[in-house]
Design a protein around this ligand. Structure first.
Ligand SMILES: NC(=O)c1ccc[n+]([C@@H]2O[C@H](COP(=O)([O-])OP(=O)(O)OC[C@H]3O[C@@H](n4cnc5c(N)ncnc54)[C@H](O)[C@@H]3O)[C@@H](O)[C@H]2O)c1
Length: 311
């Protein structure tokens, strides 16, 4: 018995990189797959059916079950067709993995409106589109263990100087994921986000000096996109009911659990804040909390197989 036997999933952006790897590994675990990919360049230009078709051929040759789909996830009506494709082909839909993405890197002062819109459209609107139509189906179907797995990025979680559009979209995806986690529980749906790190054509476009994390060479097996699959397969399985509204990091052989935003210091006043008092209390309360962390508050450590905390 494989871990995803009987499950039906859509993986978007599954013609290349992380998505292709996830599709192959999920299929090997018994999942029937819709392999979606528009086949665009890293900047979103052009269209090509061969990446999705090739991944489907590979899966089918290996004895798995998959069909190709070439819809643009960023187009509202096309995303509806993509969700319907799984239902038409396999009679149900259990898992949506939103991986599709593009880059148009630029410092904020140089970024054009078009560069902003293109990236936000594919990542944020694309994730909204598929999530919405899957949620409509899950709300009606009601009898499953449904999974929404969205792809965020360290660029969004921590900020990336040359990627304000991408960072905004990727952190927007976290807010969208939390909202789905909060609203879709009654219909059997969990929603979580993955923050991956792997060598793909996308990371190859980021100049050396601008890479946030560069601990491994491109040839190191830890950079393989296959390393993203274990937490994704776990989330896609029927065993992950308890895991909802979280961000999971997957980078090399490390799988991390991020904390969700929390208030770390709070000051309050019984009456409207006097400006002088506000200045004084904000500095005396918040500043040590921020500067203490910068000065090297202990980094959570790992031991053996168990890692607690993250960055
Ligand atoms: N590779 C990393 O280290 C890394 C780090 C952080 C986040 N991510 C995220 O992981 C995901 C996968 O990235 P990757 O590195 O595999 O990139 P990739 O460029 O190798 O693959 C992305 C795929 O998405 C497809 N795509 C783009 N726009 C689409 C659309 N509108 N509709 C359907 N398909 C579309 C492309 O054709 C491509 O095949 C992305 O969301 C990316 O932002 C990757």
């Amino acid at each position: 018995m494989s871990r995803l036997d009987g499950r039906v999933a859509i993986v978007t952006g599954a013609g290349r990189g992380i998505g292709a790897s996830l599709a192959r590994i999920m299929a090997a675990e018994g999942c029937a797959l819709v392999v979606n990919d528009l086949g665009v360049a890293v900047d979103g230009g052009g269209e090509d059916q061969s990446p999705a078709a090739t991944v489907v051929d590979e899966i089918v040759s290996a004895g798995g079950t998959a069909v190709a789909n070439y819809d643009d996830v960023a187009d509202h009506a096309s995303a509806e067709k993509l969700i319907q494709c799984a239902i038409d082909e396999f009679g149900r839909l259990d898992v949506v993995v939103n991986v599709a993405g593009i880059l148009r890197d630029r410092m904020i002062f140089n970024m054009s409106e078009e560069e902003w819109d293109a990236v936000v459209r594919v990542h944020l609107k694309g994730t909204f589109n598929t999530s919405k139509f899957a949620a409509i189906y899950w709300r009606k179907a009601r009898e499953g263990k449904y999974r929404l797995i969205n792809f965020t990025s360290g660029s969004g979680l921590f900020g990336a100087p040359g990627q304000p559009n991408y960072a905004a979209a990727k952190l927007g995806i976290v807010g969208l994921t939390y909202s789905c986690a909060n609203s879709l529980g009654p219909y059997g749906v969990t929603a979580n986000a993955i923050a991956p790190g792997a060598a793909t054509r996308m990371t190859a476009t980021v100049p050396e000096g601008r890479r946030r994390m560069r601990p491994l060479s491109e040839e190191d097996p830890q950079r393989s996109p296959d390393n993203i699959a274990p937490p994704v397969v776990y989330l896609a399985s029927t065993e992950s009911d308890w895991l909802n509204g979280r961000v999971i990091g997957a980078n090399g052989y490390r799988i991390s659990l991020y904390n969700n935003p929390e208030v770390i210091r709070e000051i309050s006043s019984p009456e409207p804040w006097d400006m002088d008092r506000a200045f004084e209390h904000i500095e005396s309360s918040f500043r040590p909390a921020i500067e203490g962390r910068r000065m090297g508050a202990p980094r959570p450590r790992t031991s053996g197989d168990e890692k607690r905390g993250g960055r």
